[in-house]
Write a protein that binds this ligand. Structure first.
Ligand SMILES: [Mg+2]
Length: 187
C-alpha cells in the first residue's frame, strides 16, 4: 500500500494559522462541518487569502496536536517506505517554498517524499494500492472515485466532525480495516 498523507489540516495547523493571521480570537470555533472559513469570518475569498500567500505564513504553521501521533500510527501500520506527503499549495510561489521549508524543519526525513500537487490532481495517484489520508471531504471522495482508498480524518470542519475528539483512534481503526480488506484481496 502506498500511503499519501495530507499536510494542511492533518499534520500542520492551517486553520489555526489562518485564524491567527486574521487576528481572530482564540475562542472562535468554526461551524461544524463547514469548510468556508472566509464567509464565517465575514471576509471575501480575496480578503481571506491575501495574508496567507507568503512564505512566512506557510513555513511557520504549527504542527497539529496529533501530528506526531498520526505519523507514528501510519508508520506502525504500513512502515515508512511507502508513505508520502501529498499537499496542495495555494497558487503562490511563497506557499510552495514555505511548504518545503515546513517539511524540512518538522519532518526532514520526508523531504524526498514530498509531493506538491494541486488538489484537482490528487486523484491521478489513486489506485487499488493507494491510500489517501486527508481532512477534505472532496479530496477523499475524488480519490475513492478514481479507484483509491481514502480515509477522511475527523476534523471539526469536515463531515466527520462528530468524531473529532477521537481522530487518532478513528484513523487507527480505519487503517486496520483497509489493511485487512486489501490483505484478504491479495491472498
Ligand atoms: Mg488538508
Amino acid at each position: 500500500m502506498r500511503v499519501f498523507l495530507d499536510l494542511d489540516g492533518v499534520l500542520c495547523d492551517f486553520v489555526g494559522g489562518a485564524l491567527l493571521a486574521h487576528g481572530v480570537p482564540w475562542h472562535f470555533i468554526p461551524a461544524p462541518g463547514q469548510w468556508d472559513l472566509a464567509s464565517q469570518l465575514g471576509l471575501t475569498p480575496n480578503q481571506f487569502w491575501d495574508p496567507l500567500q507568503g512564505f512566512d505564513f506557510w513555513a511557520n504553521l504549527a504542527p497539529t496536536d496529533d501530528c506526531a501521533g498520526i505519523l507514528t500510527a501510519v508508520e506502525s501500520r504500513f512502515g515508512t517506505d511507502p508513505v508520502y506527503l501529498l499537499t496542495s499549495p495555494a497558487h503562490s510561489s511563497g506557499c510552495y517554498a514555505g511548504k518545503f521549508a515546513w517539511v524540512k524543519r518538522h519532518l526532514p526525513a520526508y523531504l524526498s517524499r514530498l509531493l506538491l500537487v494541486p488538489a484537482v490532481s490528487k486523484p491521478v495517484l489513486a489506485g487499488p494500492g493507494s491510500l489517501l489520508i486527508d481532512d477534505s471531504d472532496a479530496n477523499v471522495a475524488a480519490f475513492r472515485q478514481a479507484g483509491g482508498w481514502g480515509i477522511l480524518l475527523p476534523r471539526s470542519w469536515n463531515a466527520r466532525h462528530a468524531e473529532f475528539g477521537r481522530s487518532l483512534p478513528c484513523l487507527i481503526e480505519d487503517m486496520a480495516q483497509i489493511d485487512r480488506l486489501t490483505s484478504y484481496h491479495n491472498t
